[in-house]
Write a protein that binds this ligand. Sequence first.
Ligand SMILES: Cc1ncc(COP(=O)(O)O)c(C=O)c1O
Length: 471
Amino acid sequence: MEKEKYLSPVLETLRHYPLQAGIEKAAGYAAEYAAGIGARPVYPHGEALAELEQLGGEVPEQPAATDEIIDILGHAGSDAAVSSTGGSYFGFVMGGSIPAGMCAGVLSSAWDQNAAKYAMSPVANELEGICEKWVTDILGLPAGTAMATVGGSSNATMIAITAARDALLARKGYDAGRDGLFGAPEIRAVIGAGAHPSVYRALSVIGLGSGRVEEVPCRPDGSMSADDLPELDDMTLLILQAGALHTGAFDEIRPICEKAGRAGAWVHIDGAVGLWAAASENLRHLTDGLELADSWAADAHKGLNAPYDCGIVLCRDRSALTASMGGADLSKIDVSAGTSRRDNMDYTYEMSRRARSVELWAVIKSLGREGIGQMQDELHAKAVYFAERLAGAGFEIMNDVTFIQFGAHWQDDETTAKVLKTVQDSGVCWMGGAEYKGKFCIRICVCSWRTTYEDIDVSADEIIRAAQKPR
Ligand SMILES: Cc1ncc(COP(=O)(O)O)c(C=O)c1O
């Protein structure tokens, strides 16, 4: 029987779609959004959020026209987007997206590369290898350090401490990859009491338990001092922080790493917020001793202002990382196109993934070592300026502005919360709230390359107005 040559009417329609025009249409909306970011409310208002309803409803039974989809996203989607790539967004630790990174992302979407293996995408694997060399050099890490891109620092820390776990257990002749953790020798996890929640989560996910960690008491700014460390040993995983979430404070990296090194402990540094300080001559003292650690997590989508989905895991001992992540027999996937080139999937738990290093490469190339350092200096200077503006109006600034974040308190917790709500509703700027030293604060982080001193003045004026004339 002759096999029917089935053709899907839906796919036939798509094959006739003028793709170039469609991409230009989408790019038109993207360009309009990006160029007009300063005129948008910083946080979408109620009407814009209600518009999102258009995107829901029952499962679409029939196909929709591509142009219609682009139009919905170009209007309802853009209207509901948070303007974190603009200059007046100061929430969390977000970072904007510098032009080369944003544009590279557009191109990379069209390439749609699978970055898992060199055989699947030479460009995605070569660029990640190049970024490995550049990032380790910019951060001053040991030559030969392995690097891979991941979704974010949560993932980076989870992967790095999995490599740490396996390497520590291997010292006792135990193969955790093969035998699991049943009956495994004990590992001590020692972390600062100011560690980010993602660190507890990573410890929990990899079977080291978030509840059995040894917490080291921290200074009021959330940083750890070498004097407070417990005795360490060669079965200890010690996790430090470069840049505390709310205060930007850095642990005493060098003396802590030196103690840990003498004891044979594995040191991981959560540098989601602060690792890029190492690129600045003026701020590098904050990360002094960074190179003594064994593994690091960083976020290019934060202080480097790369587009989102660009976390970075780094590990001094390449074979510890690849043994832990590539331990399974990955040759089963493909034996036809063997190559001696880097395969990204050997370095993290992911196989198929997008080519994050396209944007990372573009951002590093665009800024250069000089620009990356200057960006850290400028973000820091602007955070200091912002804090001074608020302090001048009577706000209590809760921390030294070590890096790019600070908390500001007004009168009492309730009044501060009201001021924050008024500011958030204004659409002029956006920032969140946090508790510092037992007081509720307006929490501000200056993390976007787009932020100007004028943006800060306008935002500070809005906060001061809200405080002095509560609505
Ligand atoms: C100190 C710290 N560590 C880890 C993370 C988690 O990073 P990500 O959101 O990229 O997973 C954050 C997020 O802000 C952070 O501030």
